[in-house]
Write a protein of this length. Structure first.
Length: 214
């Protein structure tokens, strides 16, 4: 089943980011046994997305509207319930679910780091399934990363092991020096060696930075 979902998701430039078992405390529909997380499949996600009607119609929130349309379609295909990280409050606990997949981990700067995407982890939604699927756990890419460049990459030191100073980040982005992060994406995410192998386009990072800093 997981291979079938991965193949179906790939047709929309999405990838399976991991699967985790579900408990009653998760608050998902009764009978749900497994949650499959979905996110951008790289390389190639951004060119596919900008061809979508949601991007081209000029209406607000194109990424969320695209994610809802595509993942709801996949949910119908696999007789699942779609779940999204947006649309709240309240919000579903995607951070905790990602940790439970065994493929995402808390990085030294506390952001989620994925075994393939690195600090470019981005979850567009999930499929809640009645089937029990295996958890394909792996090792954190931070293991053996002696340099840990994420700890020192943030120019204003707003994102460190001590946490995330969001006001300091926004203040930096308002300066001329912050233009690099706005146009190319968060310096911390870019510094991660595993992120560098994930081939996210700068235009995609710039879009997300604009959504964050508005």
């Amino acid at each position: 089943m997981l291979d079938r979902i991965a193949a179906g998701a790939a047709g929309h430039a999405l990838a399976v980011l991991g699967a985790c078992p579900v408990t009653a405390e998760d608050g998902l529909p009764e009978g749900t046994r497994t949650l499959v997380l979905l996110g951008p499949r790289e390389p190639g996600f951004w060119p596919r997305f900008v061809e979508s009607p949601e991007w081209q119609d000029g209406a607000p929130d194109p990424m969320d509207r695209w994610s809802r349309r595509v993942i709801e379609s996949l949910a119908r295909q696999f007789e699942a319930e779609p779940v999204f990280p947006f649309g709240g409050p309240p919000y579903w606990p995607f951070y905790g679910w990602a940790l439970r997949t065994g493929r995402s981990f808390a990085s030294p700067v506390r952001l989620l780091v994925h075994d393939e995407a690195g600090l470019y982890f981005s979850c567009r939604g999930a499929l809640a399934l009645r089937e029990v699927l295996p958890v394909q756990a792996s090792r954190s890419p931070c293991e053996g990363c002696e340099a840990q460049p994420c700890l020192t990459a943030c120019p204003p030191r707003a994102l460190t092991a001590n946490g995330y100073d969001v006001p300091a980040c926004h203040a930096f982005l308002d300066t001329a020096a912050g233009a690099d992060c706005l146009s190319r994406g968060c310096a911390v995410r870019r510094a991660c060696p595993r992120s560098q192998g994930h081939a996210r386009m700068e235009a995609q990072s710039a879009y997300h930075m604009r959504q964050f800093h508005r």
